[in-house]
Design a protein around this ligand. Structure first.
Ligand SMILES: [Zn+2]
Length: 201
């Protein structure tokens, strides 16, 4: 079934984008945001299960991926922790990050909790911070943020007949377009250098 010849590591979102284009003629950003994370997982041959488990160990688990040799990668998403759609998308994007970057490491299971998926708490954990950065980049590609951002701002200015769009409105509309949480979008915008201007007096 899975005949994809995968490189052992896909170390960046750009590399993933080239891989999907070359292997499947799939353009990651073809239809603009939101990026289709389920489709990407499917193309990569990752099996994704959203199901409730009554295993005590899993109560605090938000998501999990197993990367056993010669077996399909399996992702489990805890529905109790991912009922908010943007949360689920981020969880799956984070697991795709582990799949792409960490298959060649010795670690075969990554168990994700609120802590591993938290930017500041995962800061010193290399694999977790890499997966978080990968997820942010995959869901909110810089080029797409800039092009869509321009459209969103122009539309707002015309509709409201104003000179500037308040940052809070911008974050909210962008988060909604990209189907990510407002804090995730806010952080990403700062990260790629898009900051609100202070209104001049
Ligand atoms: Zn993780």
């Amino acid at each position: 079934m899975n005949t994809v010849s995968l490189a052992p590591q896909i170390l960046s979102v750009d590399a993933l984008s080239s891989f999907l284009k070359g292997e499947f003629d799939y353009d990651l950003y073809r239809s603009g945001p939101p990026v289709d994370v389920d489709k990407i997982a499917e193309l990569l041959g990752i099996l994704v299960a959203d199901e409730t488990r009554f295993d005590v160990d899993d109560i605090n688990t938000v998501g999990k991926i197993t990367l056993e040799k010669d077996e399909p990668a399996r992702v489990w998403i805890n529905p109790m922790e991912n009922s908010y759609a943007p949360r689920r998308r981020f969880t799956l994007a984070h697991e795709i990050g582990h799949f792409c970057m960490h298959r060649a490491t010795n670690q075969t299971t990554f168990i994700d909790t609120k802590a591993t998926m938290n930017r500041s708490e995962s800061y010193w954990n290399r694999f977790e911070s890499e997966a978080n950065n990968f997820a942010a980049e995959l869901l909110m590609p810089a080029d797409l943020i800039r092009s869509i951002g321009r459209i969103v701002i122009d539309k707002f200015k015309i509709e409201k007949d104003v000179e500037m769009m308040p940052m809070a409105n911008f974050i909210e509309q962008m988060a909604s377009r990209f189907k990510v949480s407002n804090p995730a979008m806010e952080f990403r915008l700062k990260n790629i250098g898009i900051r609100g201007k202070k209104p001049s007096k």
